[in-house]
Design a protein around this ligand. Structure first.
Ligand code: FRU
Length: 617
């Protein structure tokens, strides 16, 4: 269409619309109400973004984005009715020079157009060259990865290449609740400082972009080029099917494979996770057959054609929820050097303390079939990777350097993730962890998770150093660093000796506290957050989680990371971990140790403030 025809067309269109309803403009935006639940928004001005006003508790509006009259994408946004909780930017830059029209269908009950016009979203929608993403949340973690804004769940598609750790994640860029799934992207040179990158894979005609994995295709098996990044993810709409995409700019942008989907089944299957099996010279893929509570194993020579080889898991391990987000890798067992395979199987609900959790199986994999180890009575034991409530969808980086198996999880729980007291963003990731295998005293092989070595840069000033102090009934107290709001790393070595129980309490001046209790009778450490601060946003949040300490004897060695809204407890060199969210109304300021039934000895206590370069962020 030539220029003149285009503007005549526009005039005609505006005339027709003005006749059908009342059209009015607000700084480069024309709004045309067509009825009680349908509004057209035409972008007539300049701006990088259209800022959409959101009210988190409102119903979704379904927005079809039309570019030059063609449907570009559909998104759901909780457009504001009475108030604006925050704005989400919709990026107009890719459509610069084109006609953009938003066809908005709301579900809100309205009796007439006058009421519709009063909605806060139409009064506040605006064009802007900037999107204000400055942090407004006290509970945003300082040294854990979190999205700039919006909802995040599973980490997925992670790979390492040329010194950079790439982290993709399930992201809703248009609100702080789960929907509109895309692959958000962050990258880091040290697993600690994260840079936010543009969205990597967006929804397309096959559906939303659910979790998956990426590999570096060093041998160009897929034909996208040597060292191309190849991603496989679940396209989710009425069905769940597996789709391929590739990147030739190191994971910055992806091209969707025109032959998608590459795997289809007749039942729900998702979260494909692949690796190169050097032994047999082909790709191996695990896929969660979610409702069947099993993992399917496929192989391929070119990442496009996949052959189903086997299924693992029916009736084994925890079965009370859907099986999701698998991972399969081998590790050497500490001490013996024996190679064993680990099949990670995230499950929701049915986790050890309700809701989500990460179970794993240790066994052997012959390239086609995974076989889990059994215990002395021939049963496959249920094993958990983390004994907190907030550790889910945990998977590892592919191509990590030096043979490392580095894992990261989503630090929340589907029971209450959408209700936690934050608004601008929801959810962070766990700290990155290094996986290992060790033999337990029961003859079983278990997975250990220790903090990644890069986390050493977190350490700032040492604020406490104590040794050889006895702790009895009367608590021995130490201050946490006050200068950066209590966030810290704590190293505590205890000899629990003959004590029946030892309490480690982290508290603030508002009488909020977390109690870690070591119980000698069953060699467990529990984590009680029932009094930790804000807990009433969900009945599932106040909880006590319990971990076996996996060691004989009376010694207990703990490494604790306290961030603004979480605490991770790594015990006995990573033999057990507990990850739990916390929302204290003021920062924790003290740690105390006391014991019952005999004195415990604090063999060593070191508390480090977190490096200022983090706390000032
Ligand atoms: C796990 C999960 C995955 C799915 C994704 C969708 O938390 O349910 O199975 O791919 O979230 O966001």
């Amino acid at each position: 269409m030539n220029r003149m025809m285009k503007s005549v067309g526009r005039l005609l269109m505006a005339g027709v619309l003005a006749f059908a309803s009342t059209a009015y403009a607000s700084d480069g935006i024309e709004i045309h109400h067509l009825g009680v639940n349908n509004t057209l928004v035409r972008i007539t001005g300049e701006g990088k973004y259209v800022l959409l006003p959101v009210q988190d508790s409102n119903d979704d509006a379904a927005i079809s984005v039309l570019v030059d009259g063609r449907l570009e994408r559909k998104i759901n946004v909780k457009l504001s009715k009475n108030k604006v909780d925050y704005y989400v930017p919709f990026d107009l830059e890719p459509y610069s020079g084109h006609e953009v029209l938003l066809n908005v269908v709301t579900t809100q009950s309205r009796s007439n157009i006058r009421e519709v016009k009063d909605d806060a979203c139409w009064k506040n929608i605006a064009l802007s060259d900037t999107a204000d993403v400055a942090n407004r949340e006290n509970y945003r973690p300082v040294f854990h990865h979190s999205p700039l804004y919006g909802w995040m769940n599973d980490p997925n598609g992670m790979f390492y290449k040329d010194g950079v750790w790439h982290l993709y994640y399930q992201w809703n860029p248009y609100g702080s609740k789960w929907q509109n799934m895309t692959w958000g992207h962050s990258s880091s040179k040290d697993l600690v400082h994260w840079e936010h990158q543009p969205v990597a894979i967006e929804a397309n005609g096959l559906g939303a972009v659910f979790s998956g994995s990426s590999v570096v295709d060093a041998g160009n098996t897929a034909g996208f080029g040597e060292n191309a990044i190849v991603a496989l993810y679940t396209s989710a709409d009425a069905s769940q099917i597996q789709s391929l995409a590739h990147s030739t700019d190191n994971g910055q942008t992806f091209e969707i494979y025109p032959g998608n989907p590459v795997i289809t089944l007749e039942s729900e299957a998702r979260d494909p996770n692949m690796f190169w099996d050097a032994r047999q010279g082909c790709w191996v893929l695990t896929l969660a057959h979610a409702l069947d509570h099993e993992m399917l194993i496929f192989t391929s020579s070119d990442l496009k054609e996949w052959t189903l080889q086997s299924a693992f898991g029916k009736g084994l391990g925890a079965q009370d929820g859907v099986w999701e987000c698998p991972d399969l890798f081998s590790l050497k067992v500490d001490g013996s050097g024996e190679e064993k395979w680990v099949l990670v199987c995230n499950i929701n609900p049915g986790g050890p303390f309700g809701g989500s959790g990460t179970q794993y199986f240790v066994g052997d994999f012959d390239g086609k079939t995974f076989k889990a180890d059994t215990d002395s009575s021939g049963n496959v034991p249920t094993k958990w990777m983390d004994f907190g409530k907030d550790h889910y969808a945990t998977v590892s980086w592919s191509d990590a350097p030096d043979g490392r198996r580095t894992l990261i999880g989503w630090m929340s729980n589907w029971q209450y993730a959408a209700e936690v007291p934050t608004l601008q963003f929801r959810s962070a990731n766990t700290l990155p962890r290094e996986a290992g295998l060790f033999s337990g005293s029961d003859g079983q092989i278990y997975l250990s998770s220790s903090p990644s070595p890069e986390l050493a840069v977190l350490r700032g000033r040492q604020v406490v150093r104590a040794a050889n102090k006895s702790a009895g009934k009367k608590p021995r107290e130490f201050e946490l660093p006050a200068d950066n709001g209590g966030i810290c790393e704590i190293l505590l070595d205890l000899d629990c000796r003959k004590a029946d129980s030892v309490d480690i309490r982290i508290s603030n001046n508002a009488d909020e506290y977390v109690t870690l209790r070591y119980k000698a009778s069953d060699r467990t450490l529990s984590f009680d957050r029932r009094n930790s601060g804000i807990v009433d946003f969900s009945q599932d949040f106040p909880a006590v989680t319990v971990a076996p300490v996996f060691e004989e004897g009376s010694k207990l060695s703990l490494r604790l990371f306290v961030d603004r809204s979480s605490m991770e407890v790594f015990g006995n060199g990573g033999k057990f971990v507990m990850t739990n969210l916390l929302f204290p109304t003021e920062p924790y300021s003290k740690i105390s140790v006391s014991s019952l039934g005999g004195n415990a000895k604090i063999e060593g206590l070191k508390i480090f403030s977190i490096n200022d370069s983090f706390s000032s962020r």
